[in-house]
Design a protein around this ligand. Structure first.
Ligand code: PHE
Length: 334
């Protein structure tokens, strides 16, 4: 190995030993700098003949280029190493499972109310909503105890007061003082909502849901009540052979009155009568209080338990599960 090859080799070695760009620049100065080995060799050519200068110069240049190439290789290697180290330090573990958002859904009772509104909507009923109350001496209070709130307020025990509220508004809207109610469209409405009673067991919760129905017209009979409620129940439960029974009963605002019982012909509940609501022909006094002449207007009302409907539809045996707020239970209805 001649002197120039040895020089190139020692430059390569000292570049390889450099671990940082700064080390490398110091090593470079030793070989390629103003006072470096190559410059020294160039200076040493001064005494040579022109011929020798040519060959020696060419050889030194080749050695210089080899040193520069070694320098560039090492620069590149150090830069690559630095990049790798940085990538490693900033690495993201993309194999970690992501955090998925919880998808919410409607509560089973809300699903029932939506279904009930759709079915009655298809039978021409509008949907009314509103605040309700029963005066302290109202007979409707005597059948069930409720929660009394300070300030003269009372949590409603059923949705029936919605009948008169809606009817009075309806009659006002259409009553023309010049032609005593002529041409007034029928009252055909449902009023779903929350109701409260002092009751708590597997089939009663202090807060529950009812859906009131009211149909008043010039010729609306008990037969229409049976048709509407039967049709509704069969559609709701998707069961054509569902049987209904209107069991005589008493309510202060209907006469005659009836409890509505249903019976499935197949499935786990087949053969049992299940009470789902109350109903009756609207009492003439109620019709009068609506602002209508009971001789000219007649109709029916019903009130059904939406929680009971939901339990029967989904086969849930404890009503309280609906209001415990346990997502494992509620998510089954999505
Ligand atoms: N409101 C009655 C109840 O809660 C049910 C009912 C509604 C009865 C409409 C007759 C007419 O028990």
């Amino acid at each position: 190995m001649n002197e120039l090859d040895t020089l190139v080799e020692s430059a390569r070695q000292s570049f390889l030993q450099a671990q940082t760009p700064a080390d490398l620049e110091n090593a470079k100065a030793q070989f390629l700098g103003k006072a470096g080995r190559i410059t020294e060799l160039m200076k040493g050519m001064a005494a040579l003949s022109v011929e020798d200068k040519k060959t020696r110069g060419a050889a030194i240049n080749i050695a210089k280029q080899a040193i520069e190439a070694a320098l560039n290789d090492r620069r590149q290697a150090l830069a690559d190493a630095e990049l790798q180290a940085q990538l490693k330090a900033e690495a993201l573990d993309v194999t970690l499972p992501g955090r998925s958002a919880n998808v919410g859904g409607l509560h089973p009772i809300s699903l029932t109310l939506e279904r009930v509104e759709n079915i009655f909507g298809s039978m021409g009923f509008e949907v009314a909503q509103g605040p309700l109350n029963t005066p302290e001496d109202h007979p409707a209070r005597s059948m069930h105890d409720t929660f009394y709130v300070e300030g003269g307020h009372l949590l409603r025990t059923h949705t029936s007061p919605m009948q008169i509220r809606h009817a009075v508004q309806h009659v006002k809207r259409y009553r023309n003082p010049l032609d005593a109610g002529q041409g007034m469209p029928e009252i055909r409405v449902i009023a779903p909502g929350r109701t409260y009673r002092v009751d708590s067991d597997a089939t009663h919760s202090p807060m529950f849901h009812q859906c009131e129905g009211l149909w008043i017209g010039e010729n609306v009979s008990f037969k229409d009540l049976k048709v509407v409620v039967t049709d509704f129940c069969r559609t709701f439960f998707e069961s054509d052979d569902l049987v209904l029974r209107f069991r005589p009963s008493f309510f202060p605002f209907t006469e005659p009155s009836a409890e509505i019982d249903i019976q499935f012909q197949s499935g786990p509940l087949a053969g049992r009568w299940l009470e789902v609501g109350g109903s009756g022909q609207v009492h003439p006094n109620v019709v009068r209080n609506m602002g209508l002449d009971p001789e000219g207007f007649i109709g029916f009302a019903f009130g059904m338990g939406m929680d009971r409907f939901t339990m029967l539809r989904y086969g849930v045996n404890d009503l309280r599960l609906f209001f415990d707020g346990d997502v494992r239970f509620l998510s089954q209805f999505q």
